[in-house]
Write a protein that binds this ligand. Structure first.
Ligand code: MEV
Length: 311
């Protein structure tokens, strides 16, 4: 057993394909290195204490928001034949929780990595996927696995549920502005709402899901061809379809309109939606910085600028 062990993981951004990915359509996601999680495990006395965004105290009194994480911690420790005592877990994160940036998967993955180091156990990639998915299933209900794949693989992915991961060369002379509405995105609820939509309006629901899949495929070939302007238009079309599915809201639509009114090439919500973050595409850094300012003026609580390839 080590005295201290650290595990890290990064956030993710879904460029296109959220929600339809749950129904077998492809999605494109990229690692978002501007945000990350660090889990520090150190020796202690007595029952394990947790120190993180949602809770500071015994792991046994953690709130329901942490059920995915505490379940995976308990199961990992069980698999080592160890007890939940004599160590403490501190989680530092710059990934805002419930914003569609993969916070829950990143927290689980960073913590599993730290636990394996602390107990001197070798961690294989497949095991990390398995453990992270245990948490994701509790947090999201019916996850496609895209968040886990991204935090484990840390490479841009063209992701199809239950298929081998397809890494994706992603180098565009472009910038992505990520803006946070400051409101939570409850992925589990949003995924359930989409399911209800499809159950009550099957023809319309399935058509939207298929069209989102077609847009994702188009986005993939546009990225390869560096067709920036068209890629922006494809993103905006995807946003409109997600809005029809009930996945956008007034805050997200407001930020998307602000971006489009200020020369963004395209804009859409990202991740679970109904809150959380949106993304906008810009071709130069100056344009990206201008857009970030406009989005803040328009109510965004935070923005990040992501260089999609080369300066
Ligand atoms: C959440 O990051 C992405 C969703 O498509 C859900 C999932 O794929 O599990 C909304």
């Amino acid at each position: 057993m080590e005295n201290t062990a650290i595990g890290t993981a990064i956030g993710k951004i879904i460029l296109i394909g959220e929600h339809s990915v749950v129904y077998g359509q492809p999605a494109i996601a990229i690692p978002f290195t501007k945000t990350s999680v660090k889990t520090i495990i150190s020796s202690g006395n007595g029952p394990v204490k947790l120190d993180c965004f949602y809770h500071k105290g015994s792991i046994f009194t953690a709130p329901k928001e942490l059920l995915g994480l505490t379940t995976v911690i308990k199961e990992v420790i069980n698999s080592f034949n160890e007890k939940l005592e004599d160590f403490n877990i501190k989680i530092e994160s710059s990934i805002p929780p419930e914003r569609g940036m993969g916070s829950s998967a990143a927290v689980a993955a960073a913590t599993v990595r730290a636990l394996f180091k602390f107990f001197n156990q070798e961690l294989k990639k497949e095991e990390l996927i398995k453990w992270t998915n245990i948490s994701e299933k509790i947090v999201h209900g019916n996850p496609s696995g895209i968040d886990t794949a991204l935090v484990v693989d840390e490479r841009p992915l063209y992701f199809i549920k239950d298929k081998p991961l397809i890494p994706f060369i992603f180098r565009l002379k472009a910038y992505l502005i990520v803006a946070d509405t400051g409101k939570p995105s409850k992925t589990q609820k949003a995924v359930a709402n989409v399911r209800d939509f499809i159950n009550t309006r099957p023809r319309e629901g399935k058509e939207i899901i298929n069209n989102l899949g077609l847009l994702t495929k188009e986005a993939r070939s546009l990225i390869v061809k560096e067709g920036l302007e068209k890629l922006g238009q494809v993103m905006t079309k995807a946003h409109k379809l997600l809005d029809q599915l009930g996945i956008s809201n007034r805050d997200l639509n407001n930020l998307v309109s602000t971006a489009l009114d200020n020369q963004a090439l395209g804009a859409k919500l990202t991740g679970g939606g109904q809150g959380g973050c949106m993304i906008a595409l810009a071709s130069t850094k100056d344009q990206a910085m201008g857009l970030a300012n406009k989005l803040m003026e328009s109510g965004a609580k935070n923005t990040w600028i992501y260089n999609m390839g080369v300066d």
